[in-house]
Design a protein around this ligand. Structure first.
Ligand code: G3H
Ligand code: 13P
Ligand code: ZN
Length: 321
């Protein structure tokens, strides 16, 4: 049994100074790609599903696909994490099907768009922490808000950089296991108007004030190569920008342990399918192009695992505890 609470993976990463990618999935091939990369690099892994992903999958399919990933990979520590949970109702559904970790994003109201008050955030987060901890499930909270409405219609659309003292109070007031902070990144493929600009001073201050793992959302790199591939084969994705790997490595050095990646996976799959179908116009078997996309995605994730320092750390845990 390789399922572990996210807290175990992240506490170990924080102790040893590496980062662990949390990869968003929406279908079977993406789950398989993440597991292929974890196996290839012998890395611990966090698979995460947003509420939109769970709606698309259907909870029962997700539950059994994850079960299959665990059975097929007994030696890899796997945490299953709910990304941006917005209500107690959704959290309960996730706990019911065996998530080992949940995020309650109380930085926004239940609509996922309106910025909430500190008091609301503490109240909703604390109630989730109390219940999840009674089941041995770890909890991610968020203080400060990310921007990034452009391509997935999620978030407030504005960035409110986390106040370090508020982060400290929030950890004390809620007892969360790890904390998402806002230091300038945003969700989606359009993160920065000009060059990537991260508030490392705020990160350093927060790191010095709290003693739990820190989470960076909006951490896709949106590489020029990936965008070039998408557009070369008919895509029209322009004006993008992301978090370069070098800045992510700096963020890990200054104390980030969990790195959320969704958009890069979407781009890699789209580029691969576009390329495959253009180069092989006579093919029409979904196994051909989905299989190709799965390999491309797994290579991309393996390269991130190496860059974040997760490589070879699968054995840091006693699996099955
Ligand atoms: O942080 C948000 C993720 O990118 C999830 O996006 O709600 O479109 O699945 P989604
Ligand atoms: P990206 O849009 O940069 O991939 O961020 C994903 C994320 O933060 C999921 O919670
Ligand atoms: Zn996020």
């Amino acid at each position: 049994m390789a399922l572990v609470p996210c807290k175990e993976i992240l506490n170990e990463a924080m102790k040893k100074g590496y980062g662990v990618g949390a990869y968003n999935v929406n279908n079977m091939e993406q789950i398989q790609a993440v597991m292929m990369a974890a196996k290839m690099t012998q890395s611990p892994v966090i698979i995460q599903a947003s509420r939109g992903a769970l709606k698309y999958f259907d909870l029962t399919y997700f539950k059994y696909l994850v079960k299959a990933a665990v059975i097929e990979n007994p030696d890899i520590p796997i945490a299953i994490h709910l990304d941006h949970g917005n209500s107690l109702e959704l959290i309960l559904k996730a706990l019911n099907i065996g998530f080992t970790s949940v995020m309650i994003d109380g930085s926004l109201m239940e609509d996922g768009k309106t910025v909430s008050t500190y008091e609301y955030n503490v109240k909703v987060t604390r109630s989730v922490v109390e219940y999840a901890h009674s089941l041995g499930v770890s909890v991610e909270g968020e203080i400060g808000t990310l921007g990034g409405l452009e391509d997935n219609n999620m978030g407030s659309g504005s960035i409110y950089i986390t106040d370090p003292q508020e982060a400290k109070n929030f950890v004390n007031d809620t007892n969360v296991d790890f904390l998402a902070i806002a230091i300038g990144t945003s969700h989606g493929a359009y993160k920065f108007k000009n060059v990537a600009n991260i508030d490392f001073n705020t990160l350093k201050k927060i790191r010095s004030l709290i003693d739990i793992p820190i989470v960076l959302h909006g951490a896709s790199s949106i590489s020029k190569d990936l965008i070039y591939e998408v557009n070369k084969y008919g895509g029209k994705v322009f004006g993008t920008s992301g978090m370069p790997i070098s800045l992510l490595q700096k963020a890990i050095k200054f104390g980030v342990s969990k790195i959320n990646i969704d958009t890069d996976g979407r781009l890699a799959v789209t580029a691969a399918i576009r390329k495959f179908l253009i180069e092989n116009p006579e093919k029409f078997d979904p196994r051909d192009y989905l299989g190709y996309a799965r390999t491309v995605l797994s290579d991309l994730i393996a390269s991130k695992m190496k860059a974040f320092g997760t490589l070879g750390h699968a054995n840091d845990y006693v699996v099955g505890k």
